[in-house]
Ligand binder design. Structure first.
Ligand SMILES: Cc1cc2nc3c(=O)[nH]c(=O)nc-3n(C[C@H](O)[C@H](O)[C@H](O)COP(=O)(O)O)c2cc1C
Length: 224
């Protein structure tokens, strides 16, 4: 067995200010605020949540509710790291939230970046070509042609601005985000399935020199 030691994270003093990645975006799609949903109590969600691998197409209102409850930023505040810190449903080391969520809806060839601070989607103009192989690869893992595909795309420089040996924090953030999404999906009556693949080698080809790296995927959809 080979255990890859990612080191023991410690805050840097002083931190290394970081210039966040600049995306090439096209169209913007504003999303409606989350609707009031009759959902089960949180303790029932914790007892009942299960992975379900059958999906019907999720319409935009349902996707907007999911992103609103599971992923949006509730609060932001300035930092000396070169970007804002955030509070979301999911915990994140240092409140840094280094994982971007890229969304690929069924019947739409485009990929969209979810912007948690404004609750909107931004089209990623170069992504369809770069991520085409990843769509096929995901379908080989779980056959889900009607599901919405979510790519967890980490920007390690954000976390590494504050922490030395911080790589394990990014994987733990990915796990926290995945669990939050799985529980939110159940609460909203949606089906959700994490994928063990990382999204590599396609995901990191969206940027140069390891600025972005794939740290997982998931399928989301309506119960058929
Ligand atoms: C990190 C992670 C990766 C997973 N990868 C896959 C996968 O590639 N394919 C799949 O069908 N399920 C995958 N799953 C779902 C697990 O198989 C599922 O959580 C497990 O069987 C327990 O079932 P439950 O979620 O209903 O409790 C993954 C779950 C996690 C947390």
């Amino acid at each position: 067995m080979t255990w890859i030691d990612l080191g023991n994270p410690l805050p840097k003093h002083p931190s290394d200010p970081y210039q966040p990645f600049r995306w090439a975006t096209g169209k913007i799609q504003r999303l409606p605020a989350g609707s009031t949903v009759a959902s089960p109590a949180v303790l029932e969600v914790l007892q009942q949540r299960r992975t379900v691998r059958q999906f019907a197409s999720l319409e935009d209102e349902g996707l907007a509710d999911f992103l609103w409850y599971a992923c949006r930023a509730h609060e932001t505040w300035p930092s000396d790291l070169g970007f804002e810190l955030e509070s979301r449903a999911s915990p994140s080391a240092g409140a840094i939230h280094p994982i971007h969520l890229l969304i690929k809806r069924p019947n739409d060839l485009r990929w969209w970046l979810y912007e948690p601070r404004g609750h909107f989607l931004a089209e990623l103009t170069t992504a369809p070509k770069v991520l085409n192989g990843l769509c096929e690869h995901s379908q080989q893992v779980v056959d889900a042609p009607h599901a919405t595909l979510i790519l967890f795309l980490a920007e390690p420089g954000k976390t590494l601005a504050k922490y030395q040996e911080g790589c394990s924090l990014i994987w733990r953030d990915a796990g926290a985000q995945l669990a939050t999404m799985a529980l939110a999906a159940y609460g909203l009556g949606l089906n959700f399935c994490p994928l063990g693949i990382t999204g590599e080698p396609w995901a990191s080809a969206l940027a140069e020199e390891g600025q972005l790296v794939g740290v997982g995927l998931a399928f989301l959809g309506l119960a058929p």
